[in-house]
Design a protein around this ligand. Structure first.
Ligand code: NAD
Length: 419
């Protein structure tokens, strides 16, 4: 079997590797020439794969290219391109449309096409299908089309692409079967969906569920702090209930490509088709977007307790990625938090073993590598992400003489205040 994976990022590259390990002949197609060159040279550009992993793929016959002609040889094409929001906050499907047009130009009869990019319900049948049919072909006869939501969790060592069940929903039953047959070569459990819309919406339900529950706990954290109740203890107690409760933890805000963006795809579709707001999504967004300003106010209060203003103080941010133990900074809450603190006039520094350099609104933030020395000289610090390096140094962090605001709930000490 020959597969082409379109879009070799956080989603496409691990998929290409899993298929390649299972003996599928894989070609990776990406518009970014730097990514193509890096991969062909056996070098990885994402957290979840090492350069050794990529070298092994190349040795197994994997190649990357920016030439869509490779599609002519394929039995299956899987599209894993970005689905961001445009400047007005609406879904931007330009990459999906671009990929579909490239596939249409080169596809041969019998091809199976699968979309993995997170998107609103209807995209596969209303946008992809007509582009691929293009008045010349019939879906289910000349080619097969399915949607299969991507469920990768960067940095998660327990659940990988292989042991995370894969939902597959085809435009026709044969489309579902063909896509499921491909994934079953390297994924333990395939879950067949009734159709593409259900598969598309399942992904959005998963992400909206996280978004809403994170917002719930973030709002509770604010109330609890104001009422002198320890939210972390509350969560520890609540999660002893063995049924009906899943714990979420407060944070400096949500980040990454999924949680802050995907629920908007669903809200957009609800608004477009039904002319109704999706109130849960809007509320969750409001609360989660309010966390960086809330954290900056808490920092201001903490400095005030030490008779210091924010202006002129040196503030150290620990962990500026969007989650712990990865280098991805997309939509990281550290960014709006830093912006606010810089606007308030502090001298900002950051420490992050995963990030080489960091700019906020065109302003270069000084990186410090010596955590202990930086903690000693800072007027205050905020732990935004609990990277493993910090958890391993929890005792030293807890002994800090400078005040620390811990947005992760993983640290304690005389001068550590949790969110
Ligand atoms: N990263 C995650 O953790 C995650 C999790 C769940 C879902 N998703 C979804 O998966 C999709 C892909 O996300 P990602 O994180 O892998 O993105 P990414 O930005 O890491 O990678 C996308 C790649 O696609 C390439 N590309 C863009 N347009 C192209 C085109 N027309 N043809 C060929 N290549 C093209 C880019 O150059 C880039 O290398 C998105 O819809 C995202 O919402 C991502």
């Amino acid at each position: 079997m020959k597969a082409v994976v379109v879009g070799l990022g956080y989603v496409g590259l691990p998929l290409a590797r899993a298929a390649s390990v299972a003996g599928v002949e894989v070609v990776g197609l990406d518009l970014n020439l730097r990514v193509v060159d890096l991969l062909n040279a056996g070098r990885s550009h994402i957290d979840d794969l090492s350069s050794d992993d990529v070298s092994e793929m190349v040795a197994n016959g994997f190649t990357a290219t920016s030439d869509a002609a490779c599609i002519a040889e394929a039995d299956i094409v899987v599209i894993c391109v970005p689905t961001p929001l445009d400047d007005s906050g609406s879904p931007d499907l330009a990459a999906v449309i671009g990929a579909a047009k490239a596939v249409e130009q080169h596809m041969q009869p019998g091809l199976t096409v699968v979309l993995e990019s997170t998107t609103y319900p209807g995209t596969t049948e209303e946008i992809l299908k007509p582009l691929l049919e293009n008045g010349k072909r019939i879906c289910g006869v000349d080619f097969f089309l399915a949607f299969s939501p991507e469920r990768i969790d960067p940095g998660n060592e327990k659940f990988t692409i292989v042991n995370t069940p894969k939902v597959v929903g085809g435009v026709t039953p044969v489309s579902t079967q063909k896509a499921a047959a491909f994934y079953s070569k390297f994924i333990d459990q395939i879950v067949e969906a009734k159709g593409t819309r259900e598969a598309e919406t399942a992904k959005l339900l998963e992400n909206t569920y996280r978004h809403v529950n994170i917002a719930l706990v973030n709002e509770m954290a604010q109330f609890c702090f104001a009422m002198g109740i320890d939210i972390w203890e509350v969560i520890r107690l609540a999660k002893t209930k063995p049924f009906g409760f899943q714990s979420f933890t407060p944070s400096a805000g949500v980040g990454g490509h999924c949680i802050p963006i995907d629920p908007n795809y669903l809200a957009y579709k609800v608004r477009a088709d039904l002319d109704r707001p999706f109130r849960f999504v809007e509320l969750a967004e409001e609360i989660n977007n309010g966390m960086p300003p809330y954290v900056s106010r808490r920092l201001q209060d903490l400095l005030n307790d030490h008779s210091k203003p924010v202006r002129g103080s040196t503030v150290l941010l620990l962990g500026v990625t969007y989650k712990a133990n990865i280098s991805d900074r997309r939509e990281s809450p550290a960014m709006p938090l830093a912006k606010r603190l810089l606007d308030m006039g502090c001298t900002l520094k950051f420490h992050d073993p995963y990030v080489e350099s960091w700019e906020v609104d065109g302003r270069v933030v000084e990186k410090t590598d010596d955590l202990e020395a930086a903690l000693l000289t800072a007027d205050a610090a905020i732990i935004v992400q609990a990277h493993q390096e910090y958890v391993s140094s929890a005792e030293r962090i807890g002994a800090s003489t400078s005040p620390i605001l811990d947005a992760t709930g993983k640290f304690s000490g005389a001068n550590v205040e949790r969110l």
